[in-house]
Each structure stands twice: as structure tokens, then as C-alpha cells.
Design a protein around this ligand. Structure first.
Ligand code: SF4
Ligand code: SF4
Length: 296
């Protein structure tokens, strides 16, 4: 008897980008095709902009008994390219696996910038979502890239879950998905990627568990200030001093405490720590703060 083909998928996104919804929609489509499927999120701080993960398992033949998080995926999806600077996209990736990234960059540029030699599928999901949906929510576009790169579900089977979830907005989401299917570029797996997965931890370029610093401990007083928690953000606040009346509301509402007074009495965010949540912009009574997309 041949072993059934289980596909394990790991989604990386930010709170508000729809990673969990994507995983659910993919599982519903797979079940609609008569397959077995799971979708579940990783539990973490539920904050807009915070890195989040979600997971799928899809098996065409057999029920899935495993309930653990996916740590050896066949497919990794990166919904925000800024995450590439704070996570290892290929962590645990199986040999022959695929990394799907929302980026404007070419395959060659991604390989050079992030050292990813695995099979790549790249799509400019931000542009597609903005032009097709009118909002920067890339989840349905990323599903299109996944369909193109893996064929684990079909474009047809996703339509019903879209219609149930999005109602009258389903049509636009289907268009975004179909555009992603058209426009996703594939860069095949390089030989050096295979070599990397065969390396034993601790032999070359990887830390063994004995070398990893223990988490959740303060190893040096005040070391939290050295950590660039602003890496989370996909948007940043821009302050317009011509509109600002120096009311201080942004200063008090910022949950990170990263807004400070300038020497002229205006306010500015320290982008090293700002998470891009947008609360300051929402609370500002003078519309003096605009959230703009982070440069990729
Ligand atoms: S500065 Fe604004 S966007 Fe940044 S963390 Fe504070 S409230 Fe959120
Ligand atoms: S909330 Fe707006 S108006 Fe008030 S200090 Fe901040 S930027 Fe200025």
C-alpha cells in the first residue's frame, strides 16, 4: 500500500492580515474536495501587527490524527515580507518544500537577500489586493499563489468557501485569487537547499540546542531595550506637525509607550519600538497622524 500524501502548511502573517482565515478557507476547500483537512492558529498575543502563525494539514486519503503545530512544513507562506528579517522562513522545511512570499522582488533577489535556496513562489500580493479589493488584505491573494505553487486545492473548490465567508465581496476576492494564480513566479529548488536540510544541527551555520540562549530569562539587566520590537510593524505612523495641537493623546494612548515629545513640544514615535498598531492615528483628534505602509 502506498503512503498517503499529507501536505503540511505553515502560514506566517501579522494580526489583521487574515492568516487564520486563510487557513480555514483552505481547509474548507479541501474538505469540499472530499479530502481530510485541519486548520488552526498558533496562540500568541492577539494584537494587530503582531506576528501570528496558522497551520493546515491536508490528506487526500486518510483522517489526520496529529494535532500538534506544523514544525516540518511542506509549504510556508509569508504574508508580510518584513517578517523575513525576523524569522527563518525555511525552518523545518521538508526537502522539496515550497516557500511562498508576498513580495515585489525577483526570485534572484530573494535568494540573495534572504539566502533562501528552497523552491520559491513569489507574488506581489499587496499590489493585487490593493488594486482588486481596494484594501491591503492579502489573504485571498496568497491562497491564489499557493494554488499555483502546490495545487493542493483547486481554484474551483475555494469559490464556495469564499462565497460563504465574504458574501457580496466574494467575487472580488476570487478575482484577486485568480490574478495571483496568473502572476505568481516560481523559482525551483536548488541543490544547495537539499544539502542544508541534511546538515545536522550544530554542524554548519545552525545552532544546536545547547548553544541557544534560554528564553524567558533576563540574561542582562535592561536588555529588552536592545531588541528591535518595531520589526513587527507593516505600517508606520507619520506625524504632521502643521495639524498637531499638542494635545498629548497619542502619547497616552500608545500601548508601547514609544511616543515621545520633541524639543518643540510636538510628538513623534520611536520606530525602533513602534508596532504599527495605528491606535495613535485613530485617537488623534486632529488627524495629524497617518499610517503609511512600511517600505519593503
Ligand atoms: S506609535 Fe502609534 S502605531 Fe506605533 S505602537 Fe504607538 S500607537 Fe501604535
Ligand atoms: S494626538 Fe494628534 S494632535 Fe494630539 S499630540 Fe498627538 S499628533 Fe498631536
Amino acid at each position: 500500500m502506498t503512503k498517503s500524501k499529507l501536505t503540511e502548511i505553515r502560514w506566517h502573517g501579522r494580526g489583521g492580515q487574515g492568516a487564520v482565515t486563510s487557513a480555514e478557507l483552505v481547509a474548507q476547500a479541501a474538505i469540499g474536495e472530499g479530502k481530510y483537512a485541519q486548520a488552526f492558529p498558533s496562540f500568541s498575543p492577539e494584537r494587530r501587527g503582531a506576528p501570528v502563525m496558522a497551520f493546515n494539514r491536508i490528506n487526500p486519503d486518510e483522517p489526520i490524527r496529529t494535532r500538534a503545530e506544523v514544525d516540518q512544513p511542506d509549504v510556508v507562506l509569508i504574508m508580510d515580507p518584513n517578517l523575513l528579517s525576523i524569522l527563518d522562513a525555511t525552518s523545518g522545511l521538508k526537502e522539496g518544500g515550497t516557500v511562498i512570499i508576498n513580495t515585489k522582488k525577483s526570485v534572484e533577489q530573494v535568494r540573495k537577500d534572504f539566502g533562501i535556496s528552497a523552491r520559491l513562489a513569489l507574488v506581489d500580493a499587496n499590489t493585487i489586493a490593493q488594486e482588486t479589493l481596494g484594501v491591503l488584505i492579502v489573504n485571498t491573494t496568497m491562497i491564489g499563489a499557493m494554488i499555483k505553487a502546490t495545487g493542493v486545492i483547486s481554484s474551483e473548490s475555494i469559490k464556495e468557501p469564499f462565497e460563504k465567508r465574504f458574501g457580496r465581496l466574494a467575487e472580488r476576492n476570487i478575482k484577486a485569487l485568480e490574478r495571483a494564480v496568473e502572476e505568481t513566479k516560481i523559482g525551483e529548488w536548488l541543490e544547495m537547499a537539499k544539502a542544508k536540510t541534511k546538515e545536522k544541527p550544530g554542524t554548519k551555520g545552525e545552532l544546536s540546542w545547547k548553544e541557544i540562549e534560554i528564553g524567558c530569562f533576563i540574561t542582562k539587566p535592561g536588555n529588552s531595550v536592545e531588541i528591535k520590537t518595531g520589526d513587527w510593524k507593516s505600517r508606520r505612523p507619520e506625524f504632521d506637525f502643521d495639524k498637531c495641537n499638542k494635545c498629548t493623546l497619542c502619547y497616552f494612548f500608545c500601548p508601547e509607550g514609544c511616543i515621545a515629545k520633541t524639543k518643540d513640544g510636538y510628538f513623534e514615535a520611536d520606530l525602533f519600538y513602534c508596532k504599527g498598531c495605528g491606535i495613535c492615528a485613530t485617537e488623534c483628534p486632529k488627524d495629524a497622524i497617518t499610517m503609511v505602509e512600511e517600505a519593503k
